[in-house]
Design a protein. Structure first.
Length: 279
C-alpha cells in the first residue's frame, strides 16, 4: 500500500492559518529537520498566521526559546501553545477550590527540567507516598516501565490526583523512538488510575490555540503533525484539515502499516507529506 504524497508549497495556498507541531515536524529534539526553517518562513511570509501546537509539559516561553535556539525566527509564528501551559492555568484556577493550597506535588520529569508549576502555591516532593498530586511532565530516560509501575503503586495508596501534561505515547531520542509521558499515564490508567489529560488530541489545547486566529473558519485551518494519535485525531476532532508528515514518530514504519492504523481508527488525514519542507 502506498499513499499519494503531496508537496507542502501548493497546499499552503489552500489554507488561511496553520497549527504546526513542534517535535517530529520542526525539530527532533537534537536538530531541525531539513527545510523546516525555510518552510516556516515561507508560510509566515505568505501572510498567514502560524501557531506552534506542542505536547510539551513545559510552559510556552521555554518552548519559544527552544525554537529560536534552533534557528527559527520568532517573527515567523504568533505563539507557542503547549499542553504544559494549558495544565498550568487549569491547575492554577483549581487552587483553593478542588486543589488545596500548599498541596504536595510530585513532578515526573527529566532530571534538571524546570518544573511547570514553580510559582504556584504548591509544595514539591520526591516521595510518592507523601504526594497529593502526581504531575507527569516528561519521561526520565533512566526509568523503565517497572520503575514507573512501582512509583504508581506507592502513589496510588495516597488516593491523590494524577495529571498528564504530555499525552505523547512515544518520543524521539538520539538512540531512536522510545516510550514517553503518555505511555506512563496509560500504564497508570491500566492500573485503575483516573488520569486528567492535557494536550493533543484533547480539545482544550485546540480551543486555546484557535483564539489566535480571529475567527478564521476551521476548515480553512491546517493542522500539521507527525502523530496519527495526537495531531491527526485531535485536529480531525476539532474540525480542522490535517496533514500527516511522514517523519518523526512514524518514520520507522511503512506506508502500508500507517494505512492500516488509519483504517483501523476510521480516520484519514486531509494530506500526507513526506516532510515539512518546501523543496
Amino acid at each position: 500500500m502506498t499513499f499519494k504524497i503531496e508537496l507542502l508549497a501548493p497546499i499552503i495556498n489552500r489554507y488561511d492559518a496553520f497549527l504546526i507541531d513542534q517535535f517530529g515536524v520542526l525539530i527532533d529534539g537534537e536538530q531541525t529537520y531539513p527545510g523546516a526553517i525555510d518552510a516556516l518562513k515561507h508560510i509566515a511570509q505568505s501572510g498567514k498566521p502560524v501557531v506552534i501546537l506542542s505536547n510539551s509539559g513545559k510552559r510556552a516561553e521555554p518552548n519559544c526559546n527552544r525554537l529560536t535556539s534552533f534557528g527559527f525566527d520568532r517573527q515567523h509564528f504568533v505563539t507557542v501553545v503547549t499542553s504544559g501551559e494549558i495544565a498550568y492555568h487549569s491547575i492554577k484556577n483549581q487552587l483553593g477550590i478542588t486543589i488545596k493550597n500548599d498541596a504536595r506535588v510530585m513532578v515526573l520529569a527529566r532530571p534538571g527540567e524546570t518544573s511547570p508549576i514553580l510559582d504556584l502555591d504548591l509544595t514539591e516532593t520526591n516521595n510518592p507516598r507523601m504526594a497529593d498530586i502526581l504531575l507527569i511532565v516528561s519521561r526520565d530516560i533512566g526509568m523503565n516501565r517497572k520503575d514507573y509501575i512501582k512509583l504508581w503503586t506507592e502513589f496510588n495508596a495516597t488516593g491523590g490526583k494524577c495529571y498528564c501534561l504530555n499525552p505523547d505515547l512515544n518520543m524521539l531520542t538520539p538512540k531512536g523512538i522510545t516510550f514517553s509521558a503518555g505511555t506512563i499515564a496509560k500504564l497508570f490508567e491500566q492500573r485503575g488510575g483516573d488520569i486528567i489529560w492535557y494536550g493533543k488530541p484533547y480539545q482544550d489545547i485546540y480551543a486555546d490555540a484557535l483564539r489566535f486566529f480571529n475567527n478564521i473558519p476551521r476548515d480553512d485551518i491546517l493542522c500539521i503533525g507527525d502523530s496519527i494519535h495526537h495531531d491527526i485525531i485531535g485536529g480531525h476532532a476539532a474540525g480542522l484539515a490535517t496533514a500527516l508528515v511522514r517523519q518523526g514518530v512514524h518514520s520507522d514504519i511503512s506506508d502500508g502499516k500507517v494505512y492500516n492504523i488509519l483504517s483501523g481508527l476510521g480516520i484519514s488525514p486531509t494530506h500526507i507529506l513526506r516532510s515539512f519542507s518546501i523543496t
